[in-house]
Design a protein around this ligand. Sequence first.
Ligand code: SF4
Length: 732
Amino acid sequence: MNSSRTDAPVGVPKPLFSYRKYWAKRFGIAPFLPMTRAEMDELGWDSCDIILVTGDAYVDHPSFGMALVGRLLEAQGFRVGIISQPDWLSAGAFRALGKPNLFFGVTAGNMDSMVNRYTSDRKIRSDDAYTPHAEADKRPDRAVVVYAQRCREAYREANVVIGSIEASLRRIAHYDYWSDKVRRSVLPDSKADMLVFGSAERAIVALAHRLAAGESIAEIRDLRGTAFMVPRGWLPAGDWSEIDSSEVDTPGLLIRHADPYAFEPDKGSEAICASKTEVATAPTAKVVQFHSHTRMPKLDRTRTAIRLPSYEQVVNDPVLYAHASRTFHIESNPGNARALIQGHGERDVWLNPPPLPLTTAEMDEVFASPFQRKPHPSYGDAKIPAFDMIRFSINIMRGCFGGCTFCSITEHEGRIIQSRSEASILREIEDIRDKAPGFTGTISDLGGPTANMYRLACKDPKIESSCRLLSCVFPGICDNLNTDHAPLIQLYRKARAIKGVKRVLVSSGLRYDLALRSPDYVKELVTHHVGGYLKIAPEHTEDGPLAHMMKPGIGTYDQFKLLFDKYSKEAGKEQYLIPYFIAAHPGTTDKDMLNLALWLKERNFRLDQVQTFLPTPMAIATAMYHTQHNPLKKITRDTQSAETVETVRASRMRKLHKAFLRYHDPENWPLLRDALRQMGRADLIGSGKKHLIPSFQPVGTGLRHQETGTLAKTGNRKMRTTKPPRTPRCTK
Ligand code: SF4
């Protein structure tokens, strides 16, 4: 048993900027964080305290993770160097700045490296928006693991800490779409000492100060938002308990056991891990071991860890994978989440509860760092597309309580909204006006993960802290949610009143069901902040896929459109709503896609850009895609009661679903004709208004989906979009 400090319960966290500054503060502020020894020499540094290794180009702007974290650590007094997009084929580039005194901080960049490098069809992309000249191939696949290994090779004794969205969303065993298999947590593969997940400021600042004070990284086990490897069965102290949630219900003898999804904190019926186990058997079922049910006194959630099914269990068993996913997501509210454990071989991955959100004052101070708001001078005039996109935009908040199952924002940033103050945001607009080269008076976005969640929160902090729901807006808007848009309206008004600012646009995604709660907000937005088109994301029209996405019904879109059109007309503006949809999302049938296509046709929508569902690591929808089980519901082995989620996996069927979204593209017509005939809807082929696609084919078109021929050969056989339910499989 380790006797390390375990004082990280829910409560008031240590303010982020209250630490005594590190002695190196005397070196002052670096114009840019150094990327070479020569720059370090100019600053008078003999070494770096922390070296951030990143897969992105170094842009000194708060929208780039390495700059945000680097400047934050600099404000704490540390000397921070940056190694950007290093050659990963040897350890040489990782020695460029010498050995860090405290640790290497390794990130893949702002995106998961696989999402960055590959399309949803698993094709390699020809460009990279986070690289000078948009050059491709400047980062490896699964960059966190590769970079961390090279850091270790460069300096065997250096501490290695991994972070960023890639590490965050691969912190437990996860389905990896690109290799079509369940991979281990990145912790054992990277051989990192620690992983920081979610918004990492609190953990990384505390870690740096404690290492600087002489603590060993192996002793630092109490920081929220961190994960690390421990010996099997390790607990932080003698007063901790472990709940074994590594199995699920199965048909057979009824044995009451621990409810792994307990919605009430401190539920008294939780069982603890016990050596004695009971075995339930049923003639038709796999033998499943339940842990003995012992009525226990209330367990202290801050001294309790839940054991998920191990990597070895989930890699072979879709039911347990879905169960692990469900448990993982339920334990995500920092107000009540417990620590999680997942076995990997003979060791455990230990995950402390998620980080506590930053206060408004802390957010303001993080964004007040002396960012240059431009790329490092070594890039010269090279264009970095991701920077061009955000150079005149302002991030006003973090987090999202929408919980859309295909999106990772809630998992990464948390669902408690962390907003900046109005004064801080207005100051940044003035900063852009005064300092940003090329600013012509237009702020391109005043937003965040969701444009209109600024300052929205649960009405009661106590309820928020004990809530176990995955979304505040699904299946409907929670009665406890404060939906007052007045602070945002006021912010918009003040922003556009700033001298020298001609326009303030809102380009971030809008949660239109929330916006409906405030017609005044919709009016303000539509009258002043839409640049001709407003993109919104109903994602689908049909109830089946929408329920699996945790998105509102399409009726809400219609209501929003009425308001949008009304206020656009009143403002004398010709403006359009551009709806976004996802093809091939789990829970979507061919018929759902056909209905969506008919909906689009009826409204004369001809979408240019459409997206096919991309299963990103750890998203709930990814668990559906991989397992065909629905982690939004209790997971069971009972095939009678368990839902089988329709899942489109075959490449040609994913193409078909995408083709429905672009029914107007002649290239898709042969594929759609075949599909419509096989669905018994040949009545939709023809040249009339009621038809979806014509029967003729323009010369030279329709060659893209050559495999259509194989579809045609299926004759009258009904096309499947769902693979048959899978049984546990062996990967060897
Ligand atoms: S608003 Fe509702 S769903 Fe959201 S935290 Fe409060 S109680 Fe939970």
